[in-house]
Design a binder for this molecule. Structure first.
Ligand code: SF4
Length: 140
């Protein structure tokens, strides 16, 4: 699956959840997206939910801003770095981010970064429109 197709499909899933929860306040909506609630009530939102597995081993994990407003991707790559193509980066150069480097590709590795998953971050950048929140992510 390309970055673009995942991005579009995930955004549509997010939108459907928001549309059925219009009766919730912003704070209630953010709480709804806590991992423990999402696993029970939105099993199709993330493939990890089926195994009750978190993408980040952190007690507080909010899934509202999965993937991350700071992620940047381009399906055909941003640039060539010697024999490798750079496909994704972090827009804020998070100190907790790193890179997956293979023989021919470089991808942003967010496994060690918790920036978009804390509720304080979600509240700071909150919008009910996921595509608006992620407006800088897709660089195609
Ligand atoms: S490294 Fe952190 S801030 Fe950067 S894109 Fe990944 S999750 Fe977002």
């Amino acid at each position: 699956m390309s970055y673009s197709s995942w991005f579009q499909a995930h955004g549509e899933k997010h939108k459907k959840i928001i549309e059925k929860l219009t009766y919730l306040s912003d704070d209630e909506l953010i709480e709804y997206f806590r991992f423990d609630n999402m696993v029970k009530n939105e099993p199709d939102f993330c493939p990890l939910y089926a195994k009750n597995k978190k993408c980040h081993d952190n007690k507080e994990l909010n899934c509202y801003f999965c993937a991350c407003p700071n992620f940047r991707f381009k399906d055909d790559g941003f640039e060539q770095q010697e024999e490798r193509t750079l496909f994704s980066t972090c827009g804020i150069n998070s100190k907790d981010g790193s890179q997956y480097i293979s023989d021919d590709a470089i991808h942003q590795n967010c496994a060690g970064c918790f920036v978009p998953h804390s509720e304080s971050y979600v509240k700071k950048y909150f919008t009910r429109d996921w595509f608006e929140a992620m407006s800088k992510v897709n660089k195609n």
